[in-house]
Write a protein that binds this ligand. Sequence first.
Ligand code: AMP
Ligand code: ZN
Length: 497
Amino acid sequence: MSNELLLYNSLNRRKEVFEPLHAGHVGLYVCGPTVYSDVHLGNCRTFTSFDIIYRYLLHKGYKVRYVRNITDVGHLTDEGEDKMSKGARLAKLEPMEVAQRYTVGFHDMMQAFNNIPPNIEPRATGHIIEQIEMVQQILANGLAYEANGSVYFDVEAFNNKNDNSYGKLSGRKIDELMAESRELKAQSDKKHPSDFAIWMKAGEDHILRWNSPWGEGFPGWHLECSAMSTKYLGEEFDIHGGGNDLKFPHHENEIAQNAGSCGCGGARYWLHTNMLLMNGRKMSKSDGNTITPQQLFTGESPHVTDSYSPMVLRFFMLQTHYRSTMDLTDDALQAAKKGYSRLMEAWANLQGLEGKGGAQNGTVGKELEATLAAAYGEMDDDFNTPKALAKVFELVSRINALKGGQLSLNEVSPDTMTAVKAGLKTLLFDVFGLKEEGADAGAEGETLSKVMDLVLDLRAQARAEKNWGMSDKMRDGLKDAGIVVKDGKEGTEWTVG
Ligand code: AMP
Ligand code: ZN
């Protein structure tokens, strides 16, 4: 494996050299979505960050088993209702209909962002037996107790047995914990407020329920990830990821469950992404500070003045390190749109360049090689995409200068030019996961493009003649055909979808 890979391990709060458990192999587990509503852009940020991490591990030559679950049971609202059941009740649907609808929507969105599907995508409801077995193991180890049909993890007993290690990921003390917990608040059967349910008795009107040794019930939310990561990656595995809002209680409890069931460590490296903000504030549905990816694709939201394609959004995400908060503003998106097209233009320009120097590079050739190597070096430093992208833009300037004649191709050896083309291709498309937009549309795309030029010409003519009825009819007809037309500052744009 070339060059060391450093990653920031939340468990130890420092950057560490990554050393997989089994040479050449990586087990990667990422907490997936709770499929009771559409994924929002914040979720997409987290999943795209882990997609880039996955892609980079593949690029480093590791054989990666990437597991990302689907939460379709057990994740409760603050009022204690199962999120799936609540979604179903509101929409008058079977919970599994709700799960299916939003799982399909989630997959579509992941595809739009060009995220590679995981190798295994287990569902919580498909692993009830494994979860019951884990509860039994924890009970057998004396680290849980049954009360009134529910089973609770005994945090105090666990702490006494494990050097007070509960709270080591989130850095919290047991007494401080309950206030911030996303757990059901009024669990009166608990011995201690920081105990948490690993199995819950189902109330009479609870729809999602299974038979268990403790009566009809359902698993606690945190249990699924412990059970499924153990099943598919082993009792100890390499990397566990998720958004940093999951550190507590979800990940803290996962660690406790893994240790409490088999006495094993679970994940060795914990990676956490930071949150997406909008206009400086946490994205939130309740105060209207929210936007869906679809609204960004079409530009139909009061928060934006323009439409932004999935690849512009991906480029935008690359500009911020995954451990920093990312602020979504219209200005920043405008800048990303320009940046992405400047990058793709330079990529196209590069294809027409040939190194004309001798076998030995001049200064320019050496700089091209060094800058590309530095970009990869930044990826080795905890997947630092903004710094890698900055190096790529140094290359962009040089490529444009070579094309414009300000720098000389005589200073670049043919071999270097070939290597730069290959290295940049890998970085942009395999590692960053960018796509040339419209590039996969092929001949059909070209035909559509020509037809759309004609249609938009006719529409412009109708507008010039103040024939608003015709202009609107054309826009609505195109919308029915799945084509969204948007009149912006720089003319009329159209997107499919
Ligand atoms: P959920 O469906 O709520 O369980 O969330 C799925 C993933 O998205 C988790 O890893 C969350 O940490 C992450 N996530 C939720 N909100 C945001 C946000 N605003 N920014 C970034 N990631 C988020
Ligand atoms: Zn999880």
